[in-house]
Design a protein around this ligand. Sequence first.
Ligand SMILES: NC(=O)C1=CN([C@@H]2O[C@H](COP(=O)(O)OP(=O)(O)OC[C@H]3O[C@@H](n4cnc5c(N)ncnc54)[C@H](OP(=O)(O)O)[C@@H]3O)[C@@H](O)[C@H]2O)[C@H](O)CC1
Ligand SMILES: [K+]
Length: 464
Amino acid sequence: MSAWDAGRPILTAGETRAAEQALFDGGMSVEALMARAGAALAELVWRHAGPVDTLIVCGPGNNGGDGYVAAALLRRLGMTVRVAALAAPRTDAARHARDGWGGAVEAFAESAPATVLVDALFGTGLTRGLDTAVATKLAALAAAATVTIAVDLPSGIATDDGAVLTEGLPRFDLTLALGALKPAHRLRPAADHVGRVVVGEIGIPTDATGLRELARPRLSAPTAADHKYSRGMVAVAGGAMPGAALLAATAAQRAGAGYVALSNGAGGGPMALVHRPLEALIDDKRVGALAIGPGLGRDSAARDILAVALGSARPLLVDADALVLLGQPGLKRLGALEAMAILTPHEGEFAKLFPGIASDRLSRARAGAARSGAVLLLKGSDSIVAHPDGRAVIAPAAPAWLASAGTGDVLAGTIAAMRARGLDAFDAACAGLWLHGEAARIAGPALIADDLAAALPRALEQCL
Ligand SMILES: NC(=O)C1=CN([C@@H]2O[C@H](COP(=O)(O)OP(=O)(O)OC[C@H]3O[C@@H](n4cnc5c(N)ncnc54)[C@H](OP(=O)(O)O)[C@@H]3O)[C@@H](O)[C@H]2O)[C@H](O)CC1
Ligand SMILES: [K+]
């Protein structure tokens, strides 16, 4: 199974509406779908919070409708549940749901807090930030609650680009994503507000998605028929700063490559690391991935090394300094390569390589991939892998301890190992990214890049 198929689908607001419409066209009513959403919400509240007093705040759209349905179901279970409305329902389905609740509806502005707060104010239909009074009240209700649950999305974040449109928005404990994840559940800063995300299956079709969540890769263990080259041969083109290239090379070894060679190294590193000149490596057809950038430097020698790498037919991974040196002519050459390359910029490198692409991170990653003809991994706490064909994968937040020197070099080496073992450029970037995040979890607080490389085998073990 490819990394693409394995990941959970992520739908934008528009895609969610289209998917729901497909159900309606097939004869399902909005009310029936809302009944499923409300049942999923009631079950979540019941299971997670138990029979404690609950306040469900409902907005005017179908997000509010889900809240009324859940309120009626929870009342039937004997729970003490109150409903407060920000405004009267504006859709037929939401009106129908409120009628089904039939109980008292408090005014949102005057509602008293409860142990459990359920936010059903706005979901995918939010078009702007909350009014200040609404935002202040929501924050006060959340602060007074023991458990906070958001329906589909915390009210006040944009569904598609991860923007937080509302100041003082609470951080929820739990979010029930209806039908599928949305980009805001994974893109920061919105993702900082969703807490644990549970997907409530309501039967909407998700096959048409171009976006998925990063999934654990499935990797085969070596068999008796394997030898060091069949397990993947990685070349790392070193330069001015040997430590960074050494980290990348070590990571490639620890990520399971059978043979790793480093050029321009200053010696040192594991005994199993082979030191060979770049010229000898680029003509070696057994090299399944050539990583360039970590420790390369930006001087004229670095430019020469990059030119040699770009002239080779080996599958390339371009990182760090090499991204900065690449420039527009280099980008053009990348797109024309036989083997699809992988670019791994952080935001700063991305901005230098793709001036003028100013948009949200997801759109930027996709535009960079399309413009370069390469798989692009935009690094950050919510890393994104984009394919030139438009597909993209978002990684769940990785440990913030990763913000430390050399961790990017480890990522480059890890991805190179995945590419050399035979994965295509997109799957290799996804697999490497997953292993990197998992290694960080294993390495724990105050990790340094060396620990990360050392933790890779245990991360790899989980994929076999
Ligand atoms: N579509 C379905 O059949 C189902 C959807 N589900 C749930 O529904 C929501 C999406 O519902 P929708 O009605 O499209 O949108 P919302 O409930 O999120 O809100 C739309 C209304 O809110 C107004 N609005 C938007 N932003 C604000 C704001 N900042 N302040 C005040 N009012 C706002 C908007 O009106 P405007 O014209 O003023 O923009 C709408 O009246 C989805 O998230 C699911 O929870 C069910 O799951 C299944 C069926
Ligand atoms: K909500």
